[in-house]
Write a protein of this length. Structure first.
Length: 101
């Protein structure tokens, strides 16, 4: 799977990019036909607290899965997004399996 990471208004360090790639690669054990993943990292300034937003768009045959995670750190945002994508992939795989004869 090809992973493309984009950081808006800041530069992501190599350690964060490797963390994202390792987390997303674990999704392949739930659905092995993932084409690519596009990750967008954003900083949201709301008052005193700076939230970290991770948006992940997963391209799979027959569609696109999208998740947005907001937490206090990018690592937590990615964890949240990957968990949501894992559930979506399992649900997608179940639906595909039921429609086939």
């Amino acid at each position: 799977m090809r992973v493309q990471t984009q950081a808006l208004h800041f530069s992501a360090d190599q350690k964060l990019i490797q963390f994202i790639e390792s987390k997303l690669s674990k999704l392949e054990q739930f659905f092995d036909r993932i084409i690519s993943a596009d990750v967008i990292l954003k900083l949201e300034n709301t008052g005193q607290i700076k939230d970290k937003i991770a948006e992940v768009r997963l391209k799979i045959p027959g569609g696109v899965l999208f998740v947005k995670g907001t937490q206090k750190s990018f690592e937590a945002s990615i964890d949240m997004a990957v968990e949501a994508l894992r559930r979506q992939l399992i649900r997608h795989k179940d639906r595909r399996g039921r429609t086939r004869p």
